[in-house]
Design a protein around this ligand. Structure first.
Ligand SMILES: Cc1cc2nc3c(=O)[nH]c(=O)nc-3n(C[C@H](O)[C@H](O)[C@H](O)COP(=O)(O)OP(=O)(O)OC[C@H]3O[C@@H](n4cnc5c(N)ncnc54)[C@H](O)[C@@H]3O)c2cc1C
Length: 404
C-alpha cells in the first residue's frame, strides 16, 4: 500500500492567519515523518502482541521529540504546549499506542515535574526522561476512584522521619509496567479532603512499589497499562512535589493540560482514518465502478473532512490558549472549560469519523488486523480517559452556570 506523507497532504488545509507558522509546520512535519518511517512499522505487532518496543523511546529522544516543553538546560527543546500538541498529532497519525505512551511520559509526568518540581527534582529526573533513557507515568486513578479521583482517593502517605510511606493501589496507569519514574498522588491529610492530597515522585525500585498486573486492552494495545500497588512503599521526603497537601492544584492544572493534549491524539487518528478512507474509496470497485463514485460514500467523506477540519481548528486554538497557563493555574475558569470542550468535541468527532471510515471499508474494516480496525478500537478511550465525556460536560456546564 502506498503511504502518503500526511504532512504534505494536509498542508493546504490550515492556511490563513489561523494556520501554523513555518516553525510549527516544521515540527508537525518532523513528527509526521518520524511517525511514518519509525513508528508505523511497529504498530501492527504492538497491536497484535501488546508488544513494547524497548528502543522506541531512545529513538524518539534521538529525533528530538521528547521534552518538548522542557527547557534546554534539562535536556528538552524549550518549546510550548502547542508544539507538544503538534508532535503528538503527527505521531498519532501513525502509531496511536506509542503516542499515548508519549503523552503519559512527556506531558503527564515530565511536564508536570518541570512545572511543579524543585530545582533538585528537575535536575535529577528530567534529563534522563528527555533522553528517553527513563520512562515516566502518572498515577492518579484508583480502583475505587475514577471520575471522583480526588474525593474517593484511598492511597495514603504518612511521614516517617526522612521518608513518606505510601499505601494503596493505582489502576489503568499508562506506561505503568515499563515506567522508571511515576508521579503519584496520595492522601497526606485525610481530614482535609481534596486539600489533603500531595504529589510524589516514585522510582520503580523504591521498596514496597510493585506492578500488580499488566492490563490487557481492546485498543492502544502496545501502550503498556498497569495496576500498581504501594505496600509500605518508602519515598524520600525530598521527592514530595510542591507543598505537602498542595496536590490539588497540581492535579487540576495538570488535567487541563492533559485534556488539551488528548485532542491532538483524536485529530491525528481522524486524519489518518480520512486518508485511508479516501484511498479505499478510489480503489475499491463495486457495480463496475469505484465506491467513491457513489454519492452516499462521497457524503460520508465530506462529513469526515468537515469533522477533521473543525477538530484541527479547535484543537490548535485550545493548545495555544493553554500554553501560557501559569503554575497552579487552571482547574477553573475559561481555560478549564475550553480544554474540556476541546477534548470532548475532538473525541466525539473522531468517534463519528471512525464510524464512517469503518462503513466505507465494509467487511475489510471489520477484520481485526486491518489498520482501520485498529483505529476504530482506539476511539472509546478518548471518551473515557482524562475525564469522561460526562465529566467534561459537568466542567463546561459548571463554568457556564458559576455564580448564576
Ligand atoms: C487505557 C487507559 C489508560 C489510562 N491511563 C491513565 C493514567 O495514565 N493515569 C491515570 O491516573 N489514569 C489513567 N486512566 C484512568 C482514566 O482517567 C479513568 O478511567 C477515567 O477517569 C474514568 O474513571 P473510571 O474508569 O473509574 O470510570 P467511572 O468514574 O467509574 O465512571 C463510569 C461511568 O459513570 C459516569 N459518571 C461518573 N460520575 C458521574 C457523574 N457525577 N455524573 C454523571 N456520570 C458520571 C462516567 O462518566 C462513566 O460513564 C486510564 C484509563 C484507561 C482505560
Amino acid at each position: 500500500m502506498q503511504v502518503a506523507n500526511m504532512g504534505e497532504r494536509w498542508a493546504a488545509g490550515d492556511g490563513g492567519s489561523f494556520g501554523l507558522t513555518a516553525d510549527q509546520r516544521a515540527i508537525l512535519d518532523q513528527a509526521d515523518r518520524f511517525g511514518r518511517n519509525e513508528l508505523y512499522p511497529l504498530a501492527a505487532r504492538m497491536d497484535e502482541e501488546e508488544w513494547w518496543p524497548d528502543d522506541a523511546f531512545p529513538r524518539l529522544a534521538g529525533a528530538g521529540l521528547f521534552g518538548v516543553t522542557i527547557p534546554e538546560e534539562f535536556g528538552g527543546a524549550g518549546l510550548d504546549l502547542l508544539a507538544a500538541g503538534l508532535v503528538l498529532q503527527g505521531l498519532s497519525r501513525w502509531n496511536h499506542a506509542m503516542a499515548l505512551s508519549w503523552v503519559a511520559h512527556d506531558n503527564l509526568c515530565a511536564n508536570n515535574i518541570f512545572r511543579n518540581g524543585s530545582g533538585a527534582q528537575r535536575r535529577k529526573y528530567l534529563p534522563d526522561m528527555c533522553a528517553g533513557r527513563k520512562i515516566g507515568a502518572l498515577g492518579l486513578t484508583e480502583p475505587g476512584a475514577g471520575s471522583d479521583a480526588l474525593g474517593s482517593m484511598r492511597t495514603t502517605a504518612r511521614r516517617e522521619g526522612d521518608d513518606y510511606v505510601l499505601n494503596g493501589a493505582k489502576i489503568f496507569i499508562t506506561n505503568g509496567p515499563v515506567a522508571d519514574y511515576l508521579l503519584v498522588y496520595a492522601r497526606t491529610d485525610p481530614a482535609r479532603g481534596a486539600h489533603g492530597i500531595s504529589a510524589f515522585i516514585v522510582e520503580k525500585d523504591f521498596p514496597g512499589f510493585k506492578v500488580a498486573q499488566k492490563l490487557k486492552k481492546m485498543g492502544y494495545r502496545g501502550s503498556q497499562t498497569a495496576e500498581l500497588v504501594f505496600d509500605e512503599c518508602r519515598v524520600p521526603a525530598s521527592n514530595l512535589v510542591g507543598e505537602e497537601n498542595g496536590g490539588v492544584a497540581i492535579v487540576m492544572s495538570g488535567l487541563d493540560l492533559e485534556r488539551a493534549m488528548i485532542a491532538p491524539i483524536c485529530l491525528g487518528i481522524a486524519e489518518r482514518a480520512l486518508e485511508l478512507s479516501i484511498d479505499h474509496a478510489v480503489t475499491r470497485r463495486q457495480f463496475g465502478q469505484t465506491i467513491g463514485s457513489f454519492q452516499m460514500v462521497q457524503s460520508m467523506l465530506a462529513d469526515m473532512y468537515v469533522a477533521v477540519e473543525s477538530m484541527r481548528t479547535f484543537t490548535w486554538r485550545t493548545l495555544a490558549a493553554a500554553a501560557p497557563l501559569e503554575k497552579g493555574g487552571g482547574g477553573r475558569g475559561e481555560i478549564h472549560m475550553l480544554t474540556a470542550a476541546s477534548v470532548m468535541y475532538a473525541a466525539n468527532a473522531v468517534h463519528d469519523v471512525l464510524d464512517k471510515a469503518m462503513q466505507i471499508h465494509g467487511g475489510s474494516g471489520y477484520i481485526w488486523e486491518s489498520e482501520i480496525n485498529r483505529l476504530y478500537r482506539s476511539i472509546k478511550l478518548l471518551e473515557i480517559g482524562a475525564g469522561t465525556t460526562e465529566v467534561r460536560k459537568m466542567i463546561i456546564a459548571g463554568e457556564l452556570l458559576r455564580g448564576r
